[in-house]
Structure formats: structure tokens, C-alpha cells
Design a protein around this ligand. Sequence first.
Ligand SMILES: *[C@@H]1O[C@H](CO)[C@@H](O)[C@H](O)[C@H]1NC(C)=O
Ligand SMILES: *[C@@H]1O[C@H](CO)[C@@H](O)[C@H](O)[C@H]1NC(C)=O
Ligand SMILES: *[C@@H]1O[C@H](CO)[C@@H](O)[C@H](O)[C@H]1NC(C)=O
Length: 214
Amino acid sequence: MFYFANIAYLTILVLLNILCVSTCQSEETLEMVHVIFRHGNRTPDLRSSYPNDPYLNNSYYPYGHGQLTNKGKNRMYLLGKALRERYDRFLGPLYTPNILDPVSTDTNRTKMSLELVLAGFFPPHETDLEWQKELNWQPIPYNYVSSFTDNTMSIPFFSCPRYTLLVHSLHASSKGIEFRKKHSQIYEQFIENSGADNVTFVLIVTTYGTLTAQ
Ligand SMILES: *[C@@H]1O[C@H](CO)[C@@H](O)[C@H](O)[C@H]1NC(C)=O
Ligand SMILES: *[C@@H]1O[C@H](CO)[C@@H](O)[C@H](O)[C@H]1NC(C)=O
Ligand SMILES: *[C@@H]1O[C@H](CO)[C@@H](O)[C@H](O)[C@H]1NC(C)=O
């Protein structure tokens, strides 16, 4: 079904677990932090384009479709720096493998976002881990699982057939039909301007994402 490709590009969460090991003994309360964030600004995704899209033939060179832009990179890097500021005392300056469990969904833009957040979060300059004076950056590993098996952060169209089934049956249900009837003017406007047919809730969401990116 055509939803599947669109949905891949909604898999936008990046998760960063910060586990406290040794640096937080003086903390009375804080023991663990979970940070969940989206990827940075991106170019429009070809698979979420609509028939009347005036930018349909734009290749978005040199980024490509659905990729993190320089603005998005900067935003993610600044997010890493902001997290450093907030949790500096909790974490201490040194990266050690067990204090952090960075996880991304399986898309380029979320992986790149996570790398940039980690770059801002653990700059090695003037620590024992500084390895290269020209580059205030150190490699930090992260993990991801394929969208087809990710049942935590990815939208479950890939990993859960029952979810897909339920979304389809919601469309066909009297509630779904009633909803579309109630908002028929918006639906008609959407169809007229986008050129799309078979309009679903998901298609509207992904089109909105494309318009925002453009
Ligand atoms: C995109 O390119 C195709 C093939 O060259 C052309 O037919 C179409 O009109 C172009 N669409 C837009 C929106 O520029
Ligand atoms: C990363 O981007 C390239 C180029 O668009 C694409 O071929 C590849 O499938 C992407 N990888 C993932 C995991 O999204
Ligand atoms: C829309 O739905 C009809 C009936 O299910 C199908 O024949 C047609 O191919 C669909 N169109 C698109 C663009 O998916």
C-alpha cells in the first residue's frame, strides 16, 4: 500500500538514554535521564510528495530528498550543547561507554541528528579524551534497529500488521466516514489542491510534513 513509504518518513524520534554511573553520587534525586527528540530540519521527502507538487522535480542537491539540511544540523548540534549545559554537573565531562545509550530510528536524518547531538553533548576539548587538537569531536557509538522490527520508536506500520489493519478499519468505520463527512470541505480542498486521490488521515499528515519542509 502507498502508506508504507510515507510512514517511513514519520519515523523521526531519536532517543538518548543517559545513565548515571559514577558521576552522580552527590545527587540526591536525579539518577537517569531519558531524552527524546526529533531530527532537525530536512528537505522534502520524495515519497511524501503529492501529484501537484510544484517542486516535484527538485533534487535538493546536494542534500537529496528527506535529508538533514545545514540548518537542521546546526539545530541538532545546539541541542547537544543545550543538553550539555543542563546535565553538565550530573554527567561530568568524560564520555564513558556505560553512561549513555543513544538509539536512533533507521533513517539517515535521525542518525545524522543523533551524531550531531552527541557532538555537541560530549566535546572532548581539554579532557583526557581529547585525541586531535584540530577537531573538538569524539566518536560515540549509537544503535538502531530496522524499521521493520522497531516496535518502540518507529511508527508501527512496518512492525505491526495489526496496527495497519486497525487504521484501515478506522477509515472504513462509521466513525471514519462521519469524520470525513463532517470535514468534507477540507477534504475537497485537499484533493483539489494536491491532486491526490484516496485521501487518508496518513496522507494528510505526510503532505503537511512535506509542505512544512518546503
Ligand atoms: C517534472 O519533470 C517532468 C519530466 O521532465 C515534466 O513532465 C513535469 O512537468 C515536471 N514537473 C514539474 C512540477 O516541474
Ligand atoms: C540514506 O539516504 C540514501 C540516499 O537518499 C538512501 O539511498 C538510503 O536508503 C538512506 N538510508 C536510510 C537508512 O534511510
Ligand atoms: C485508489 O483506490 C482505488 C480503489 O481501491 C484504486 O483502484 C486506485 O489504484 C487507488 N489510487 C491510488 C493513487 O492509490
